[in-house]
Design a protein around this ligand. Structure first.
Ligand SMILES: Cc1ncc(COP(=O)(O)O)c(C=O)c1O
Length: 426
């Protein structure tokens, strides 16, 4: 009997499968890794030259010499290693200026990077068509995550200096009430410290004001504070209180998301959430159990070790000055390239990995435009700012990262970028 082969049938994908599209972050990361000639000011990688190989080796050595070593190579628990959660809780307490123990280990859940925590949080809060309010500009990977889940983003209005504009927010809320969208708002998200992409730190007054306006309109919805860069202030961790500490936010269910990845070793990909609401945390853990029933136990063990033996903080102390210098190098190279004279604007951040540039309004820096193409041809990559807006994208902005490139490459990348800026201006 001959087997008749039928033509392969196209797979019928779910609504989610149909919605998910290639993400900009994946494209940018592979462009940077695949083309060595291209200098990437786009990716938010940390600096290879400063990654903590020796402290990592010492931690692995210490762990593997212990009589209980096999435990580190075994599965862990879904919420994360208990000692690691204790150490994270103590760290958050210290950041808020609280006595140790104020944050409980039971409020913490450990994730495969803080990215997973953000995903879990959004996934258990929202159905397709629901709305999340967020900062302007915001973390573009979070925006893509929302898009994949069918969740709509609405931006919180800001003034010309990038500060939250409460008068405009009142007007926007009035509009959402009239349009019936208010009832679909399920949460608020913002990157509060040395932000990706803007480099800004949200002031305590802005955080307080936001809580007041939301509460006044009955929008006491879950809030996600993304504190990924809090520890990466050039002068130390930011002392601006988080939503965990501000009394205006007490009535809101709060999730404070942080990462151990960025400040130490991105490849270990361990992040955490500190959640004030037991049910929300439990839901996230149920969803996590279906995804991986626990983040890599060995990676967690290494971080538990370096948090305990001081190597994590020693490393942070070393890299802070390095990133401050690299930011300055990029800033000066952009000045030397004539960008300020050509009407571009930017603020020097006090931490993090990013410079946010605003070009004269008539310049289009979008990913499908002539400026972006010219940059790629000239051998430099940036993140088009338009990707960082939940709505009404600005097309004359760009995010430049000073994280990954060495100083000489940063100068060269800036030179190429400025050459394109001069050329496109003409
Ligand atoms: C604002 C922000 N949040 C979260 C993350 C996720 O970091 P990770 O998953 O590596 O902990 C990043 C990474 O770039 C980020 O910039």
């Amino acid at each position: 009997m001959t087997l008749r082969m039928s033509a392969p049938r196209p797979i019928s994908f779910s609504a989610f499968g149909r919605r998910v599209a290639p993400t900009a972050i994946a494209r940018l990361m592979s462009a940077a890794l695949e083309n060595p000639r291209l200098l990437s000011l786009a990716v938010g990688f940390t600096d290879n030259a400063t990654l903590p190989v020796e402290p990592f080796r010492a931690a692995v050595e210490a762990l593997t010499r212990r009589p209980g070593a096999p435990e580190y190579l075994q599965y862990g628990t879904n919420p994360g290693r208990p000692l690691l959660r204790e150490r994270i809780a103590a760290r958050i307490s210290r950041a808020e200026g609280w006595p140790e123990g104020r944050v409980a280990a039971d409020q913490i859940l450990v994730g495969n990077g803080s990215q997973q925590i953000l995903h879990l949080a959004a996934e258990v809060l929202c159905d397709p068509g629901d709305i999340i309010l967020l900062d302007r500009p915001s973390y573009f990977v979070f925006l893509e995550l929302l898009r994949g889940l069918g969740i709509e983003a609405r931006t919180l209005p800001v003034d010309a200096a990038g500060r939250l504009d409460f008068a405009a927010l009142e007007v926007a809320i009035g509009g959402w009430r009239t349009s019936g969208e208010l009832a679909r708002i399920r949460g608020v998200y913002f990157v509060s410290y040395f932000s990706n992409p803007s480099g800004r730190t949200l002031g305590a007054d802005e955080k307080r004001g936001l809580a007041r306006v939301l509460a006044a309109h009955g929008l006491v919805v879950p809030v996600i504070e993304d504190a990924a860069y809090r520890e990466m202030g050039f002068a130390g961790p930011s002392a601006v209180p988080s939503v965990l500490a501000l009394e205006e936010w007490v009535a809101f269910p709060r999730l404070y998301a942080g990462t151990l990845t960025k400040p130490f070793a991105t490849g270990l990909k361990i992040g955490y959430g500190c959640c004030t609401d037991e049910t929300w945390r439990a839901k996230m853990l149920h969803a996590k159990a279906g995804q991986d029933f626990g983040s890599a136990n060995f990676n967690q063990s290494v971080l538990e070790e370096v948090l305990g033996n001081g190597a994590f903080d020693a490393h942070l102390g070393r890299i802070r000055a390095g990133y401050a210098t690299k930011m300055q190098v990029l800033h000066e190279a952009l000045l030397a390239g004539g960008l300020a004279g050509a009407g571009w604007r930017w603020q020097r951040p006090e931490g993090g990995l990013y410079l946010w540039l605003t070009a004269p309004a008539e310049l289009d820096l979008g990913g499908d435009g002539a400026f972006f193409r010219a940059c790629v041809e000239t051998g430099v990559l940036y993140v088009p700012g338009e990707l960082c807006y939940g709505d009404a994208p600005e097309r004359n902005c760009a995010r430049l990262s000073f994280g990954v490139l060495a100083e000489a490459d940063l100068r060269e990348a800036a030179r190429r970028f400025c050459a394109v800026a001069q050329q496109q201006r003409g």
